[in-house]
Design a protein around this ligand. Structure first.
Ligand code: FES
Length: 236
């Protein structure tokens, strides 16, 4: 049996290994599929749908969909770009994201995707939800205004840190990340070095006393759009 299979992404044939997801196979071949809730090393969650591709004409999340022999995948198309743009815009309006004041600005994956997709401002009305900030921990704060419910902190705390500090509570429009304590983050056993803290793609989980430490011009996404590293790594 062949060890790899051939799949096609935007007309280009690439090789995928059995067990690889479409996103993983694409990345290994230097093809960037936008993503937000996906993070290497964590079990895929498949919730944000930013990675949606068409597989043999049907929409699937590339981070959860296994590669199958002969699959024909569309990724970089106007239709999918529009869909991803809509998702990003909805994420901006359903939280309170003030990039100009946010410590994560320049290093934020949501902001970087908005830049990559050329979103100057969301076309949907802002919802301005009332959300809390929990600064009770000595080294880490949670700003629920910026949380996009990607579950990266939930998964990282559970699977990488072995702690279960974070979990979801409530449903639908009331869903939010809660901490595993009677009261606040400061009552948990979270450490600033926990992988859960670094896993946050936005400014919802922030280390204290290091905000704005990296000057503008030297931040992660100041020069190249998010995802550029994937194509660049393949060319080396
Ligand atoms: Fe695939 Fe979020 S990255 S659903």
């Amino acid at each position: 049996m062949s060890e790899t299979m051939t799949i096609t992404i935007d007309g280009r044939e690439i090789q995928a290994r059995p067990g690889q997801t479409i996103l993983e196979a694409a990345e290994a071949a230097g093809v960037y599929i936008p993503r937000l809730c996906y993070m290497k090393g964590l079990t895929p969650h498949g919730s944000c749908r930013v990675c949606t591709v068409l597989v043999n004409g049907r929409p699937q999340s590339a981070c959860t969909q296994p590669a199958t022999p002969g699959a024909v995948i569309e990724n970089d198309t106007e239709r999918l770009l529009a869909l991803r743009r809509n998702i990003i815009e909805m994420l901006f309006v359903e939280g309170n994201h003030f990039c100009m004041f946010c410590e994560k600005s320049g290093n934020c994956e949501l902001q970087a995707l908005a830049y990559r997709f050329g979103i100057p401002a969301p076309m949907y009305p802002y919802l301005w939800p009332k959300r809390e900030v929990d600064a009770s921990h000595p080294d880490v704060m949670v700003d629920h205004n910026r949380c996009i419910l990607c579950a990266r902190c939930v998964r990282a705390s559970r699977d990488l840190d072995g702690k279960n500090v974070f979990q979801f509570v409530n449903r639908n429009g009331h869903k939010r990340v809660a901490v595993n304590a009677e009261a606040r983050l400061g009552d948990t056993d979270l450490k600033v070095t926990d992988k859960a803290v670094a896993a946050c793609p936005v400014g919802a989980l922030l280390k204290k006393r290091v905000g704005y430490a990296v000057p503008v011009g030297k931040r992660l996404y100041d020069h190249e759009p998010i995802g550029s590293d994937i194509a660049a790594a393949h060319k080396k």
